[in-house]
Design a protein around this ligand. Structure first.
Ligand code: NAI
Ligand code: 15L
Length: 273
């Protein structure tokens, strides 16, 4: 948790999808600071509601459930969906139908701002010796990354046609610490994740903006110059972990696609492992 909140703005009601997941559990107490009521949703168990929380289970592919979910909501932080390379049917349900249901419900219910957890795997087939900016064409490294590219395009269409604003955050690797050499470039601390999500919720005008979710890491493959209007200033860096990570992983196989491409092991992941 941040010692002082990243914004003084308060929303009457925020919706957090994917709230039972890894990042959802991390953001649940943090987002409560920025709203009167935090509506939590997932298809997995969310436990009991704390003060100021309401729990509303939903399957993202269920249009009626998602329509109900968006009732009387001021903004959405959308983390729900498949988060790794999985069989296509699961990705189709959670990330394709789920996104379409979410945005159509937002249109029907008058929700004006969505923060979409996209992924660095939208551009996972760029090489680790390239620096990618947010205007360069996608190069998804699998069906998962492809589904996130679809999500970003859907968000763009709902901005152009219906004026619903989105910040698509291409999250790198948001873990307590960077686990390997790749993550020295892709790491996003949980405190910086909070800063970024709050900046995306509160920036005055965003249209549809894309930003990479990374901390202030010395090594970086991503250029957020085109997203400065979001006002995100990372405060953490993977560099404090560098010596320990390099000591743990001294050898890199330079012929391995996982070491060549930004998506790492995702570039060779199959839905079956
Ligand atoms: P996670 O897999 O732990 O959480 C996703 C949640 O979505 C789960 O609780 C799951 O039950 C729920 N979900 C999946 N399919 C659903 C469906 N059809 N209907 C309703 N709920 C469904 O993933 P994590 O790590 O918490 O990531 C959250 C989001 O951020 C995901 O969208 C992921 O793609 C994205 N992201 C995360 C990164 C990370 O470093 N953790 C990196 C890049 C993107
Ligand atoms: C993602 O998109 C995944 O959701 C997450 O589990 C991490 O593996 C991350 O990318 C990554 O690239 O490290």
């Amino acid at each position: 948790m941040l010692t002082s909140p990243a914004s003084t703005l308060r929303f009457p009601r925020l919706l957090l999808t994917g709230a039972a997941g890894f990042l959802g559990r991390e953001l649940r107490p943090r987002l409560k600071t920025y709203c009167d009521v935090l509506r939590l949703s997932d298809r997995a168990d969310l436990g009991t509601a704390n003060p100021g929380e309401e729990i509303q289970p939903a399957a993202l592919e269920n249009k009626a459930q998602v329509l109900n979910l968006l009732t009387q909501v001021d903004a959405v932080v959308h983390l729900g969906g498949i988060s790794t390379e999985q069989p296509w049917d699961d990705i189709l349900a959670g990330n394709i139908m789920g996104m379409a249901n979410l945005y159509e419900a937002a249109r029907l219910k008058g929700v004006q701002r969505i923060v979409f957890a996209s992924s660095n795997h939208v551009t996972g087939f760029y090489r680790q010796d390239e620096v990618v900016n947010t205007r360069m064409p996608p190069k998804p490294d699998g069906f998962y990354g492809l589904s996130k590219a679809f999500g970003e395009d859907l968000a763009q269409m709902y901005w152009d046609r219906w004026g619903i604003e989105t910040v698509s955050i291409r999250i790198g690797s948001s873990t307590p610490e960077p686990k390997d050499r790749r993550m020295l470039a892709t790491w996003l601390s949980h405190d910086d994740l909070e800063r970024l999500v709050v900046a995306a919720l509160t920036a005055p005008i965003v249209g549809h903006s894309i930003i990479y979710g990374m901390s202030d890491n010395q090594t970086t493959w991503w250029d957020n110059t085109q997203a400065q209007h979001i006002g995100y200033r990372p405060q953490d860096s993977s560099d404090v972990f560098r010596a320990a990570v390099e000591a743990r992983q001294q050898h890199i196989d330079r012929q391995d696609p996982a070491a060549i491409y930004q998506g790492g092991a995702f570039v060779k992941a199959t839905p079956h492992g």
